[in-house]
Write a protein that binds this ligand. Structure first.
Ligand SMILES: Nc1nc2c(ncn2[C@@H]2O[C@H](COP(=O)(O)OP(=O)(O)OP(=O)(O)O)[C@@H](O)[C@H]2O)c(=O)[nH]1
Ligand SMILES: [Mg+2]
Length: 695
């Protein structure tokens, strides 16, 4: 059945690793009637964690989508991974939903990923709430968790549910909006409705007061009513909450112990009654000049949508998840893939509960639909009913930070490995692969060691490809430090035609980053014009090959100042060879030196690890540029560090910070290296060359 825009809700469950997202997702599907029986992480059969790698590791790795119906609304829910290695799948769900709930472990309170996810949602101006989980654990503390949120995010969360007891004495939750209690079912079924027990009446009344006040903040008329009457009607409260939430004035808070099916109903009713519909949402397109432009959700306009995710399912084949931003998506219809400039007939459409697909004929604006087996659709493509439509802004994903060089152990597996890498990169856009012609390696990169290792396991276990892995080689450069000149005569007399070309070059250092300049300073035709391109080709070959350790030469001005030619024996080839050798000779005399890539590094750590992280960075030849408190006890450190020192940084940082730290990294510039470090690079390059020649 298709739901109209005002009946659709798109919700993301996000949060720090292991806080209970997948368990909450499972129980919401159970409470919403989408599955007959809830499973647990331990049973390995949950809807959210359905791939072998998730079941084996007992963590979420991919976003999962399912929907339930509640009060006539279709609620699409995304379960997302908590580990920062899989942030790519979190970002796509944030883009596609109008509300996010952050799960917070009742024992731990706000954790580092909570802070980062909060900042991400803040940047998107996305309405959000919190769900304090595991209230059945002895040390869980709802009030403390809310105080933690208040302190770290400077907002006052508004409880919509309150826990009754904690640990073994936890009996259920109070639904503040509907003023009733929900008790744990001893038989393991859904929670049961009842009156608020006397012991909680006072707390419930205080929470109700706070809720009504928050609702009154929704708009001025409500505030006047509230100030006049000292109360609001239930419908007014709902209306006020809807508006206050959309305007970021409130952060609703929930409590529960989902393994006991507790805290689900008040949350589901809130999603159905209060959480934003896509009606007021917007997305962003890029106009012809690449400028960003808001596109309001619009049911009247022709179809436009964004492919947010691509999966390859063993049984269903290729599936493309599409967020519909304007118009309607209809099965068996023609669409344009704007990004690929292609018209395409799409086949069947589906909605899903995890891996289970249900066929649907059409999807309305705001919904998330699944197109199956479309050959051309890829993540980030814009689809449209009309040709030449504007393209939606692609998902903005962070750059990978951890890389490994791989090759198939057997040459015959090369193609199979290549095909697998294409798919893996399509399924998760934060995973990338690249053949680096300079270092002659295929390098795979991801958001951390965990993501890269999972891909390697899939290569070995599912694809049955034996692979070899190494730390990737660093792309060093060579340059010069002073002016020099050299001449070279290429001369050969073999049989009939000889070869002749003489070149005198002058080379000089350029500023860092200026790369290369070629100047023809010949006067009076010592080398005829038509041979100059040959000289330049030779110089470029010499630069590409380097002289110290075989790395490309950069930041050099090359001037051809003189030369000599022979009317019969000169040729472009002869001048190319002369140019290359003259360049090599000049380079040797010009104080050659090695350059190494320096990266900009941003590290996010909890305060307590700050000192250790700093001293590790100085041991890595890093230069600290600055440090900022982000609030929530999280520090941001900015530094410049040689790339060669960062090849295993995700592993180092994990061990320094017990897995809580994270970082981003990007190339900034090249800087000279000397002494021992340079000697080691040259030695390693020689060893690599010998190995290559042997192969
Ligand atoms: N006692 C208790 N344990 C819970 C509750 N919810 C989840 N757990 C347990 O907490 C662990 C983590 O639960 P998950 O649902 O996998 O947490 P997650 O946030 O999805 O984890 P990632 O996806 O890996 O980030 C599992 O062992 C769950 O059984 C709860 O309400 N009470
Ligand atoms: Mg999970």
């Amino acid at each position: 059945m298709a739901y109209t825009t005002d009946l659709i809700k798109n919700i993301t469950i996000s949060g720090h690793g292991g806080t209970g997202k997948t368990s909450l997702f499972e129980r919401l599907l159970f409470a919403g009637g989408a599955i007959p029986k809830p499973e647990t992480i331990e049973s390995g059969k949950t809807v959210g964690d359905s791939t072998p790698e998730e079941i084996e590791r007992k963590i979420s790795i991919h976003a999962a989508l399912a929907h339930i119906e509640r009060q006539g609304r279709k609620i699409n829910i995304f379960d997302t991974p908590g580990s920062s290695d899989f942030i790519g799948d979190v970002i796509l769900t944030f883009r596609a939903s109008e509300f996010a709930v952050l799960t917070i472990d009742g024992r731990a309170g706000v954790q580092i990923e909570t802070v980062k996810l909060w900042r991400n949602l803040e940047g998107r101006k996305k309405p959000r709430g919190v769900f304090v989980t595991k209230m059945d654990e002895e040390r869980a503390d709802f009030d403390k968790a809310l105080a933690d949120i208040k302190e770290k995010f400077k907002v006052d969360p508004v409880p919509l549910s309150l826990p009754m007891g904690v640990g073994a004495a936890f009996t259920g939750v109070i639904d503040v909006l509907h003023e009733k209690a929900w008790f744990i079912d001893a038989g393991g079924g859904l929670e049961k409705e009842g009156a608020i027990p006397d012991a909680y009446k006072e707390a419930a009344a205080a929470a109700r007061e706070q809720l009504v006040e928050a609702a009154a903040e929704g708009n001025d008329t409500l505030m006047e009513h509230y100030l006049d009457k000292g109360a609001l009607e239930p419908d007014e409260i709902r209306k006020g909450l809807i508006e206050a939430l959309a305007d970021h004035k409130i952060v609703p808070a929930f409590a529960g112990a989902v393994l006991k099916n507790s805290g689900l109903i008040p949350f589901l009713d809130f999603l159905a009654e209060v959480a934003p519909t896509p009606n007021t949402a917007k997305d962003i397109v890029l106009d012809a000049e690449g400028k960003q432009q808001d596109v309001p959700i619009d049911t009247e306009k022709p179809l436009a949508g964004l492919v947010i995710k691509t999966t390859y399912d063993q049984f269903s084949g290729k599936l493309s998840w599409v967020k519909i931003i304007t118009g309607k998506l209809t099965a068996e219809s023609d669409i344009f893939n704007v990004s690929e400039n292609k018209k395409e007939r799409i086949g069947k459409l589906y909605t899903c509960v995890g891996k289970k697909l249900e066929e649907v004929k059409e999807f309305f604006t705001g919904d998330v639909g699944i197109i199956s087996k479309s050959p051309s659709l890829r993540t980030n493509d814009t689809i449209s009913a009309v040709d030449g439509a504007l393209k939606f802004l692609p998902l903005r994903l962070p750059q990978p930070v951890h890389s490994v060089a791989v090759n198939a152990a057997a040459k015959k597996d090369d193609d199979k490995l290549g095909e697998f890498l294409v798919r893996a990169a399509e399924e998760d856009r934060t995973f990338q692969y690249q053949f680096n012609a300079e270092t002659k390696e295929t390098v795979i990169s991801g958001m951390g060691e965990l993501q890269v290792n999972i891909i390697l396991d899939r290569i070995k276990q599912n694809q049955k490809i034996e692979v070899e892995t190494r730390v990737p080689r660093t792309a060093y450069r060579e340059t010069i430090t002073k002016k020099a000149n050299a001449e070279y005569t290429h001369k050969k007399q073999t049989g009939g035609h000889g070869q002749y070309g003489k070149v005198l070059l002058e080379i000089a250092p350029l500023k860092r980053g200026e790369n290369y300049q070629f100047v023809n300073a010949i006067f009076g035709g010592a080398i005829p014009k038509n041979y100059i391109p040959g000289v330049e080709k030779g110089v470029l070959e010499g630069m590409a090959a380097g002289t110290m350790a075989g790395y490309p030469v950069v930041d050099v001005e090359v001037k051809v100042v003189d030369g000599k030619y022979h009317p019969v024996d000169s040729s472009e080839l002869a001048f190319k060879l002369a140019g290359r050798n003259a360049f090599r000779e000049a380079m040797r005399q010009a104080g050659p030196t090695l350059l190494e890539p320096i990266n900009n590094l941003t590290v996010f750590v909890e305060e307590k690890y700050l000192g250790d992280v700093m001293s590790d960075l100085s041991g890595k030849r890093g230069k600290i540029l600055g440090q900022d408190s982000l609030g929530g006890g999280i520090e941001e450190i900015r530094a410049q560090v040689p790339q060669a020192e960062l090849l295993r940084y995700s592993i180092d940082l994990r061990s320094i910070t017990s897995g809580t730290g994270s970082f981003s990294v990007e190339f900034d510039h090249y800087a000279p290296i000397a002494g021992r470090i340079a000697e080691d690079v040259i030695k390693a390059a020689e060893a690599f060359k010998v190995k290559e020649e042997e192969e």
